[in-house]
Ligand binder design. Structure first.
Ligand SMILES: Nc1nc2c(ncn2[C@@H]2O[C@H](COP(=O)(O)OP(=O)(O)O[C@H]3O[C@H](CO)[C@@H](O)[C@H](O)[C@@H]3O)[C@@H](O)[C@H]2O)c(=O)[nH]1
Ligand SMILES: [Mg+2]
Length: 194
């Protein structure tokens, strides 16, 4: 942290239950040189990784569907969200994490994954950096049912969708998760699928 316009940072933990919510108070130097005190709440749930699995001969992608309580609280009728497979990093590096997550959630054991970029997903309130990957899958990589971990109460449905249908589902609103939209658009932009 080396921004000379920010000083006297103090941190107060407001909640440390599953993850950590802090109130950060700091002084920020304005254009006229005056120092102004500001407070911002910041939610730290670690970093994450996400992957779009795609098959060039079938022109299809693998997505997962699960209940997401925060979306249920904010306009998502039944609370189910269609997403690319993703997980929190724990202590793993992003590459290892995403391979593990892919087996747990989708049942595919992918050989090669390609990092394409990383992104803050909610920079005003959440610290998380999300690492984005793509990876090719084939039928013979399916080694388990997927569905997520029972001990984490994950009830995940695995979906295989034609790419054109997935793209259309962005416009129809059936796919309304940022990381998933970014990855589908990446495949389209780079003409990896038609
Ligand atoms: N008990 C409890 N469990 C929780 C809580 N929050 C999360 N969990 C459990 O922790 C699991 C974490 O699963 P992961 O697969 O590792 O993470 P994710 O929820 O899929 O998160 C991914 O997607 C997020 C949304 O886009 C990303 O923000 C995140 O980085 C990651 O990529 C969830 O399925 C859920 O069971 C909580 O407050 N309490
Ligand atoms: Mg997950």
């Amino acid at each position: 942290m080396k921004n000379k316009k920010v000083r006297n940072i103090t941190r107060e933990v407001l909640s440390k239950n599953w993850y950590k919510l802090e109130k950060i108070t700091f002084e920020y130097q304005q254009k006229n040189g005056n120092w102004q005190t500001q407070s911002r709440e910041s939610y730290d749930r670690g970093n994450g990784a996400v992957i779009m699995l795609y098959n060039t001969s079938k022109n299809s992608v693998i997505l997962v569907k699960q209940f997401r309580m925060p979306t249920y609280l904010n306009g998502n009728e039944d609370g189910f969200l269609i997403e690319a497979c993703a997980g929190l990093l724990d202590k793993d590096n992003p590459d290892e994490c995403i391979r593990k997550e892919v087996i747990e959630e989708t049942g595919y054991r992918v050989e090669k994954v390609e990092k394409i970029f990383e992104s803050y997903m909610s920079p005003g309130s959440v610290t998380e950096i999300l690492h984005f990957f793509i990876g090719e899958y084939t039928e013979n990589m399916k080694v388990a049912n997927g569905g997520g971990l029972v001990e984490e109460q994950e009830n995940i449905e695995v979906l295989e969708l034609p790419f054109a249908k997935a793209i259309a589902m962005i416009s129809s609103g059936e796919i309304c998760d940022a990381k998933t939209i970014m990855l589908l658009q990446y495949l389209k932009l780079n003409q990896l699928l038609a």
